[in-house]
Design a protein around this ligand. Sequence first.
Ligand code: SAM
Ligand code: SF4
Length: 469
Amino acid sequence: MSGVPQSNPQKPQKTFYLETFGCQMNVHDSEKVVGTLLQEGYRQVETVEQADLVLYNTCSIRDKAEQKVFNRLSDYKKYKKQGKTFGVLGCVAQQEGEKIFERAPYVSLVAGSASYRNLPSMLAQLESATLEAGKSESRKPEAESLVRITGLDDRETDACFETEFTARTNPHRGYITIIEGCDKFCAYCVVPYTRGKERSRTSESVLAEARQMADLGYTEIQLLGQNVNSYKDSEGNSSATKTFAELLAAVGEVPGIRRVRFTTSHPRDFGPDIVDAIDAVPTLCDHVHLPVQSGSTRVLDAMQRLYTRDQYLERISWMKTAKREISITTDVIVGFPGETESDFAETLDLLDEVGYDAVFAFKYSPRPNTPSLKLEDAIPEEEKSRRLEVLMAKQREIQTIRYKKYIGTTCEVMVEGRNEPRAQWIGRTTHNKTLNFSAPPSANLKAGTYAPVRVTGSFPNSLLGELVI
Ligand code: SAM
Ligand code: SF4
């Protein structure tokens, strides 16, 4: 069941606060965790102060993200005295495991994403252990929690976190996980260690969820996975087994669904059939996020990305020959160990050659357990910062030119909300661009509706327009 489940009235009301860090996978995991907690009789609250149970769904993709969590945890002492229980979920939980109890002794629950299916039983254990600990409160060492529950799965787990109790935060646009984990082992990346091996859901269950969402009024679906292109429909009825491109097309054909997006694609597994599907099915959005990480084949090799610059550009050429204009976005890491000035210049050159509509650029961050930790020739922090700035400045110029081209065209947007101070509506185009626009009150717009908007102006990261009446 999708939508926002209500708290189960049969169970005593405890309150929880959940803060999410990181990627869309984490955001969607949190929606499932919230749904599970509501079903277990908890009520969600807006602040730590109001909550009995405080949960952080964490990200460890870069050191900065991990530090944010430990900063939050440093506030514990004050709150623990108020009788609150703390839990760490997600990638930092999986990566650090029981070491979290040493760094943050007030924590009672540590659960990696692959163990969320056991959340109801972990919550039950947590509640009864907290009750017991409450009785012996006077014997409790000041600084530590007596309750320690762990849910940590090894990399080999086959389990997916499928639940009928997803509490989606947006009533019009929702995520569906199609594949969990990752088997790519890029040299810099923690994901294969924190999210386990690749395991795909059946296309039958993905399509059933898409139909349910359409019945509930959702019109946009985003298919999620660390590498959606290696989706394998292993357990379904063999006559109905689908490739990723076929699944994408089938979701796009679910009655009521007007937009389908997907993320993230790995260039190694990205085939021309995906572009063919976009050509054939009008509901598939004109946008592909294809992370390149570096424009230098030498660096790509050191990163263990499994493709060369030329192979990456071949995939770009498939998209450029599509019937519709596909907007392309990417991720880049600057300052990977051994990245020379000339490697970096190749990345800058690639930005020009592809003409991206957005680039998410990061300074290389050494992560625990990853092979790149052993590489020599680390790039100094200041140099990474310089390269990041140069790259972002260049991309800003590219986007300034690219976004200008939309002026004078009409784009359909999904209305996302209203910016009252600016008296503007906020819309999103199929190309995944923000288009802020004006409309007369008589237009009767609402979040979740679709509207044609004429583009009248542009910025490097957004468009400006007016409703076509
Ligand atoms: N699975 C996706 C892929 O293959 O591109 C995305 C995974 S990750 C959540 C998103 C981005 O974070 C990556 O594309 C990469 O650019 C960046 N990233 C991952 N590990 C990093 C690291 N150690 N340092 C800096 N950036 C990193
Ligand atoms: Fe990380 Fe590479 Fe897997 Fe993406 S494909 S999640 S960057 S290991």
